[in-house]
Design a protein around this ligand. Structure first.
Ligand SMILES: *Cc1c(COP(=O)(O)O)cnc(C)c1O
Length: 385
């Protein structure tokens, strides 16, 4: 009763501004309510300009973009593909769609992303993977200098899963633009959203053209319907692209607000030794899509206690992604641990972590409420700054 009366405080929900409706209305007014159309073309060029990625293909989801990206890199039956273990299942499901074999790579503690050390070990055991899928978890850039150096030495292309990291940079360059192919997601909870959608980006125009072709049923350039390849219905619709164009106008604002949320938590928990915020990468700037914390073992507080205490006040949280190598569906596949023995880094982060409310519509009062509840669990009642 009391719970339902309380306003819900969200983890990360869509934030619309009105500009989206303008582009959507334009699509309706001109009857461009189809895949293809001016919004799709503009959303692609505007995203390409924003990220400086070269070329972009707007697709129905980030998962579709990963799937087509793998196909463009030639991934097929029996191929080995290295992929971050600490991620969402969409990073690796498309590997299995293609009957290829994922090998899961552990995280390192500095950024929570693919460990270069574990990646080296993977290359020792599997010298010829077809591709490496690198994720930038919660918006923090991975150790790209090290990872790219390893992959270049082995002549293996990188597919960057930047689904969570649109707007994050590394060495001054946007994540998603380092790999041969990059992927962004516009799913409902991402930093900007089209309700659902994704983008495949590359500096190579031919790859992006091929992605557009495969995403529209792989029609050959003939008058009649002729197909030389298996196609997909993965193209973004012109209505959805209109939402994306309006959202993109506000990406800088979303970045500013997401980063402010992270800093707020960081300052608020700075005096609690048992709490550590999710790491950033000193070589880059994270978009801080989600702010997460880990709790030191033996502090007397568990992630479940934090999630239960917040849920009791109608506040949404989420566990850290459960590593892929611990998922029942992927139990048959190999995993390269960062540690020489014992628990992996990704499992440790999963065990000790919580994603905190990171919605850019949350007010200062909402943030104070969340912070106060967490601080009280750690017996810290001093009012935070
Ligand atoms: C959201 C997400 C995806 C999938 O994107 P969709 O647009 O939801 O298909 C892929 N990888 C990661 C890491 C994600 O968080």
């Amino acid at each position: 009763m009391e719970n339902s009366a309380k306003k819900r405080i969200y983890l990360s929900s869509p934030t619309m501004h009105g500009d989206e409706q303008r582009f959507v209305a334009e699509a309706f007014d001109t009857n461009w309510v189809a895949p293809l159309g001016p919004n799709v073309n503009s959303f692609e060029t505007e995203t390409a300009a924003y990220t400086d990625c070269g070329y972009a293909a707007a697709l129905s989801s980030g998962t579709a973009a990963i799937h087509l990206g793998l196909k463009l890199l030639g991934v097929g039956e029996g191929d080995v593909v290295f992929v971050s273990s600490l991620t969402f299942s969409a990073s690796c499901n498309p590997i299995v769609y293609e009957k290829a074999t994922p090998v899961f790579i552990d995280a390192e503690p500095d950024t929570w992303n693919m460990s270069p050390k574990a990646l080296e070990r993977a290359f020792e055991k599997y010298p010829h993977p077809k591709a490496v899928v690198v994720v930038h978890l919660y918006g923090t850039p991975a150790k790209l200098d090290e990872i790219m150096q390893i992959c270049e030495r082995h002549h293996v292309p990188i597919l960057e899963d930047a689904a969570e990291s649109l707007g994050s940079t590394y060495n001054g360059k946007h994540t998603g633009t380092f790999g041969r192919i990059g992927v962004y997601s516009f799913n409902g909870n991402k930093i900007i959203t089209t309700s659902g959608g994704g983008m495949l980006v590359s500096a190579e125009e031919a790859l992006v053209k091929e992605a557009r072709m495969l995403s529209t049923q792989a029609r050959d350039p003939a008058r009649h319907y002729q197909h030389s390849k298996i196609g997909y219905n993965y193209r973004m619709s012109n209505v959805v692209a209109g939402i994306g164009r309006g959202q993109l106008m506000h990406l800088d604002e979303h970045l500013r607000l997401k980063r402010a949320i992270y800093r707020k938590y960081q300052e608020a928990f700075a005096d609690i030794d048992a709490i550590t915020m999710n790491p950033l990468n000193p070589k880059g700037e994270a978009n801080n899509w989600l702010s997460c914390m880990t709790i030191r073992e033996g502090s007397g507080v568990t992630p479940d206690m934090v999630m239960d205490a917040l849920e009791a006040e109608n506040i949404e949280t989420r566990p850290i992604w459960k590593p892929m190598h611990l998922q029942p569906v992927f139990a048959a596949y190999d995993f390269m641990n960062y540690n020489d023995d014992g628990m992996s880094v990704s499992e440790d982060i999963f065990n000790r972590g919580v994603c905190l409310p990171s919605d850019i519509k949350n007010t200062d009062a909402d943030m104070e409420l969340v912070i106060g509840i967490v601080r009280r669990l750690f017996n810290c009642t001093r009012v935070s700054k």
